[in-house]
Each structure stands twice: as structure tokens, then as C-alpha cells.
Write a protein that binds this ligand. Structure first.
Ligand SMILES: Cc1cc2nc3c(=O)[nH]c(=O)nc-3n(C[C@H](O)[C@H](O)[C@H](O)COP(=O)(O)OP(=O)(O)OC[C@H]3O[C@@H](n4cnc5c(N)ncnc54)[C@H](O)[C@@H]3O)c2cc1C
Length: 628
């Protein structure tokens, strides 16, 4: 019996449901496109899923490269990834890896325009020749049900990391490390090679009430103290070895083919990771039986990843190849759809086989940088786009763009661009040169709480802009008119946005301390019909916020409850002859971006937002109010 073939149609096919693919599919679906998300695993999230368990970091950096500064440098990503982080933070205080999977799954299921095909691998494409090799359909297989799908779409977006769809379509790609001469990069090698960042298997462990033995399998690697001198003991006193959350530096396989040799790499990584655990539990060779050099006697393995976390494979060649200088100079791109800011984070491809080399060398970037849509459109396949770790970037630039919150904002940018392009029947290779479309895409992204560097092309307009705006009180610099600036964060200071592309200021309305309830009010000379209201609240974007299995990193966050800056309870009211009437009431909010439809026929000359309670602070903060 052969597999049954199902013919499916959509406007946008997204392949790969990782950090990039999920926001990409959600953004496209929310913009009205019919989307299919085809994902080869049983859970969403890719390297952030319970199958791998990496924590999501992004432009705000960490440790020595942290960009956060309260009310000044708020670099954490907004939009869909912020929605995911806030949902996870409040609903997953226990830091369960599976709860994260569930939240992504729920979000995809909740989207009426999105069809989710799980356990379904995209294995091929059908091409049609026109101006270039257009992809007409993709072929996908679901082994568990013996089904095959032929999926026709206008636009195909490869978010698979390995880039199988693009590869099958014949799109040009890069692998390995480029030479300095190729893109003029000082951090590149003198001569190009085929090596990449290696892969890693993570583990988690738990402390028990009594000593827990660990008997290693006979095939694990033996590590001496010298082997791990630059790893386990990397910065003595700075970060003592902790046991709960594996070793990101247990890296191996970068000198092999991270696609074709993936099974070999998995086997060797198990040997490496469990060898390190054996070193922690039982000590380096020649350790006395009763010694416990790492204070790990009560610790036991809880979970072992069997899926190698893959850092790097194919990077496609797009209409623009993002380079070291683009990042270092924060080069402005008029077609920017996302931003990044993580340092350029290079690792030795040999990983643990290079014990004399640091496991990573991070090169700080002075400011946040633009990512243009042209780095997400194939140079040679007109209807192929990409997001995530297979975007068009050199090895050096990729070492920054690869972090997952950056992958997520690129995903949202690409999904939005694709949906608007599909709506106007514009081929992806023409998006960047279509000024009107580009302006619409950027405007849509800003409406959806994505951050784009630079002043808004079109600050908040419409009914809100025509009103006289007042507030019950304000703090210096935190006036009511800030809610119309089109800026929904402060990003200046040493490590924010380069000074010529940003303005200083609070960018939000802040009521006076200890003044709750507080109100912000819109008055018009004539009656206005208001159909919907969109609000952006403060969620403490100078802080870190991500699901991490590392206790030390989690302690830098406010985890397990809403962020204290966020407005919790509020009402939207309109003035009628007999006083203020509530047309929308919200309790227990913890999200940053909220949109409400108002009852049909809401007509008024005065509207106010009454904030009765926050999740912690003693005053109200609102970044933006849009009225449509
Ligand atoms: C060990 C390790 C440590 C890291 N540390 C961090 C960190 O601390 N913080 C951070 O933010 N980033 C970190 N990174 C980088 C980050 O995890 C990746 O760059 C990121 O996951 C890329 O996201 P993505 O969505 O592009 O790809 P992925 O996360 O790889 O997701 C792609 C998904 O597509 C699926 N897929 C593949 N092929 C197909 C196909 N043919 N059909 C359908 N689906 C397919 C895959 O199963 C996968 O789930 C680390 C990476 C590794 C490996």
C-alpha cells in the first residue's frame, strides 16, 4: 500500500516550527493569510522546546553584555515573542519544559487562519519555471499516519534551520566559515573552511534528600581536569559549576557535516555529555571513592536530551548578505523588518576537542542593529523566504542573529511581510523595492508591537491624534501625549540604539506616584465613532524574561508572576449625559499589547482609560493608545 496523497492549498507555507517558524506562522495568520505550518516534531519550539531545552535570549544580551537599564534601555524584544514570554512566565511558574511546548501549541491552535501539521516533514518541492524557479508546491510526509501532502502556496518560508525546503528548490546557500576577504570581515578567518558551530546535548538534574549514585555507561568519554580547565572552571568565582542545567559548552561535531553526520554527532555527544556528568558526580580520574569534588553527591540526572541541539547548518544567500560591518556600524536599512543586538558569539568548531580554546569568544556590538527583509528573501528563487538561523548572513554575522529571540522577531517580520505581499500579489523578491508595501509592512509590525529602530514612519494617527489628551496626573517627562509618539520603549544610552537614530525620553504616560486610580482622557469637539482600542503597557523590558532551567539566570528575572510595571485592572469609559459609562473592562491583565473591540455604535466626544490597579508599582504606565 502506498501513502495516501492529500492536496492542500494555502497562501503561505511555513516549514519548521521553531523559535522563528512559530512567530512567523502566527504573524502571517494574524495578518489574514491562510497559513500552513508544517513541523517535523511532536512539539513546537525547536531548540527551545522540551526536546532540547535551550533558553531564549536576544538583543538585550546577558552578563557583561547586558543592555538593560530601567526607563532608558529597554532592548528586550516585543510582539509575539513577548506575548509568549509573558504567557509562559505567568502560567509556568514551575518552569516546566512541557508547559512551554503547550503554550506554543495552544497559540497555534487558537489561530483560525493557521493549519498546524505536526510530525510532518517537508521532503521536497515542485518547481515551475518563470522569471526564476518558482516553487509551486511542497511535498511533506507524516510517517505516523502514512500520509503524504502536496501543499500549494503563493509563498514558501523556510524556518527549518537545516534549510531542506530551500535546498530542494535549488536555492544558493553558504556553509562553513568565509574568509576575511570575501565580505571584508576582520573576525573571519584568513582562509575559508567548511567548519561550523558544533551541536550540544543538554541535560537537567535535581537535588535529592539522599546521596544518588551515578554509574556511567562504559562508552562515555573520560575528562581530566585539564580537558575542562577552560570550561567547567571557566571563570572561577564568577559562575561556580551548577548542576541543574547541563553544559552549553559540551559542543562537538562542528568539523563534521551537521546534517549528514547528525546521528554520529548524537552518539558522540551522549558520550561527551555523560562523560562530563561522570566527572562531576564521581570526580576526575584518580578521585578517591569518598570524595565529592563538585558537591554533587545528592544530585541526579532528571532528563537527557536525545536530540542534538543544532547551532548551524545551511545559511541561504538572499538579496542581501548581512555582514559583520552591518552589525557593528548599525547600518540603517530602509527595508528593516527586525533587529538584533546579541554579541558576535563565535565558538571553536572542534568544541570540547579544543580544550585550549575558550568555548566561546563574544565580540560586543555597540548598538542594536537592523535586519533587512532582503536577508530573508532568496536571491534566486523568487517566492522563497526564510527566517531563523538559515537567513542570509555570513558566519560572523550569523553568530549574533542566531539567538532565538532574534530568530523570533525575524520570524514575525517575515510572516508579516509575506502576508501583506500575498494580499497584494507581490512576489517576495519585489517586496523591498515596493516602497508603499514596505511602509505598510513596517506600520503593521509596529501596530503588532514589533520594535523597529528609528522614528515611526507614521506615528499614531487616526481618531486618537485628533483628540485633546489629558491625564489625571503625570511624572516629569511622562506626559499623556507620549501615547501618540509611535515609540513604545526607551532605547537610548550606551548600549541602546545609536544616538542619531533614537530620541531620549520616557516614551510613556506615567501617572504620579501613589496615584491610583489614574486616568488618561481623550476629548474631541465632535462626536467620534470608536470601534476598537489598542493599548501597549509596560512589562519591564530592561529586565530578562525567559524560561530557563538555569537557577542563576532565572534569579535575574521576575518569574512566576506578572511584571510589576504592567497595568492589571482597567476600564475603557465613554462620557454620556449621565456620566461615565464603561464599554470595556479588563481584570488580571499581564500582557503588554492588548486590543479590544468596543460595542457596536460606540459614539462619543470623550473617552478615558481608567487604571485601577497595576501588578506591583504605585502608578499607571501606558506606552501607546490607538483608537480605530
Ligand atoms: C546548544 C545550543 C545552545 C544555544 N544557546 C542559545 C541560548 O542560550 N539562547 C538562544 O537564544 N539561542 C541559543 N542557541 C541558538 C538557537 O537555539 C538557534 O539558533 C535557534 O534555535 C534557531 O531557531 P530556528 O527556529 O531557526 O531553528 P530551530 O530551533 O532548529 O527550529 C527549526 C525546527 O524546524 C524543524 N524542521 C527541520 N527540518 C524540517 C523539515 N524538513 N520539515 C519540517 N520541519 C523541519 C526542526 O525539527 C526544528 O524544530 C543555542 C543553540 C544550541 C544548539
Amino acid at each position: 500500500m502506498t501513502a495516501q496523497v492529500h492536496e492542500l492549498n494555502c497562501e503561505i507555507l511555513v516549514a519548521g516550527g521553531g523559535a522563528a517558524g512559530v512567530p512567523c506562522a502566527l504573524a502571517a495568520a494574524r495578518c489574514g493569510a491562510k497559513v500552513i505550518l508544517c513541523h517535523d516534531r511532536p512539539v513546537l519550539g525547536g531548540n527551545a522546546s522540551s526536546e532540547v531545552r535551550m533558553h531564549i535570549v536576544g538583543a538585550n544580551g546577558t552578563g557583561r553584555f547586558d543592555r538593560g537599564c530601567e526607563l532608558q534601555t529597554e532592548a528586550r524584544e516585543g510582539g509575539i515573542i513577548e506575548e509568549i514570554r509573558l504567557e509562559n512566565c505567568v502560567r509556568n511558574p514551575q518552569r516546566s519544559a512541557s508547559m512551554f511546548d503547550l503554550i506554543l501549541y495552544e497559540m497555534c491552535r487558537a489561530e483560525p487562519n493557521l493549519t498546524l501539521l505536526m510530525n510532518t516533514t517537508l521532503t521536497g518541492v515542485e518547481l515551475q519555471c518563470g522569471d526564476g524557479p518558482y516553487i509551486e508546491a511542497a511535498i511533506a510526509e507524516r510517517q505516523s499516519t502514512e500520509d503524504r501532502f502536496r501543499i500549494r502556496a503563493q509563498i514558501f518560508i523556510d524556518c527549518t534551520g537545516d534549510g531542506r525546503p530551500g535546498f530542494e528548490a535549488g536555492a544558493a546557500f553558504m556553509r562553513g566559515r568565509e574568509s576575511q576577504a570575501e565580505y571584508g570581515e576582520s573576525l573571519a578567518l584568513c582562509e575559508a573552511d567548511s567548519f561550523q558551530l558544533g551541536s550540544t546535548i543538554l541535560i537537567t538534574a535535581r537535588r535529592h534528600e539522599r546521596p544518588m549514585p551515578y554509574v556511567a555507561p562504559p562508552w562515555v568519554r573520560e575528562f581530566t581536569k585539564d580537558d575542562l580547565a577552560l570550561r567547567l572552571y571557566a571563570v572561577p568565582g564568577d559562575e561556580p559549576p551548577t548542576h541543574e542545567y547541563g553544559y552549553w559548552w559540551a559542543e562537538w561535531g562542528g568539523v563534521l557535516d551537521t546534517i549528514k553526520d547528525n546521528e554520529t554527532i548524537r552518539d558522540e555527544l551522549l558520550s561527551v555529555t555523560l562523560g562530563i556528568w561522570n566527572h562531576i558526580k564521581n570526580g576526575p580520574p584518580d578521585t578517591a571513592n569518598d570524595a565529592d569534588p563538585f558537591n554533587a553527591s545528592h544530585w541526579a540526572l532528571d532528563w537527557i536530551g536525545f536530540l542534538p541541539g543544532k547551532r548551524e547548518s545551511r545559511r541561504f544567500i538572499g538579496q542581501h548578505v548581512l555582514t559583520q560591518s552591518d552589525l557593528q556600524l548599525s547600518r540603517p536599512f530602509s527595508d528593516a523588518i527586525a533587529y538584533g543586538g546579541w554579541s558576535m558569539d563565535l565558538h571553536p568548531p572542534d568544541g570540547v576537542d579544543a580544550p585550549l580554546e575558550q568555548p566561546c569568544v563574544q565580540h560586543a556590538l555597540p548598538f542594536l542593529y537592523d535586519i533587512p527583509v532582503r536577508s530573508c528573501v532568496a536571491r534566486d528563487v523568487p517566492n522563497l523566504m526564510f527566517a531563523g538561523r538559515n537567513i542570509s548572513a555570513t558566519h560572523v554575522a550569523f553568530s549574533s542573529t542566531r539567538v532565538m529571540a532574534t530568530c523570533a522577531v525575524v520570524g514575525q517580520g517575515v510572516g508579516t511581510a509575506a502576508a501583506l505581499a500575498a494580499r497584494h500579489a507581490v512576489s517576495p523578491n519585489l517586496i523591498a523595492s515596493d516602497k508603499q508595501l514596505m511602509s505598510n509592512i513596517r506600520e503593521q509590525l509596529r501596530r503588532d508591537d514589533a520594535f523597529l529602530i528609528g522614528p515611526a514612519d507614521d506615528p499614531v494617527g487616526g481618531i486618537a491624534a485628533a483628540a485633546q489628551i489629558t491625564a489625571s496626573s503625570r511624572q516629569p517627562g511622562g506626559g499623556a501625549a507620549n501615547v501618540l509618539s509611535g515609540q513604545t520603549r526607551s532605547v537610548y544610552g550606551d548600549r541602546g540604539v545609536s544616538p542619531e537614530r533614537t530620541t531620549e525620553g520616557l516614551q510613556r504616560w506615567m501617572s504620579a506616584p501613589n496615584e491610583l486610580p489614574a486616568t488618561i482622557r481623550f476629548d474631541w469637539q465632535t462626536f467620534q465613532t470608536v470601534r476598537s482600542i489598542q493599548l501597549v503597557f509596560d512589562t519591564g523590558m530592561h529586565r530578562h524574561l525567559t524560561l530557563s532551567h538555569h537557577d542563576g539566570y532565572t534569579s535575574q528575572m521576575i518569574w512566576g508572576r506578572p511584571q510589576p510595571e504592567t497595568v492589571r485592572d482597567y476600564e475603557v469609559q465613554i462620557l454620556e449625559q449621565d456620566g461615565w459609562k464603561t464599554v470595556c473592562e479588563v481584570r488580571d491583565n499581564y500582557q503588554r499589547s492588548r486590543r479590544h473591540s468596543l460595542p457596536e455604535g460606540t459614539v462619543t466626544k470623550s473617552l478615558r482609560i481608567l487604571v485601577t490597579q497595576t501588578n506591583g508599582i504605585d502608578h499607571a504606565r501606558i506606552f501607546e493608545v490607538r483608537l480605530d
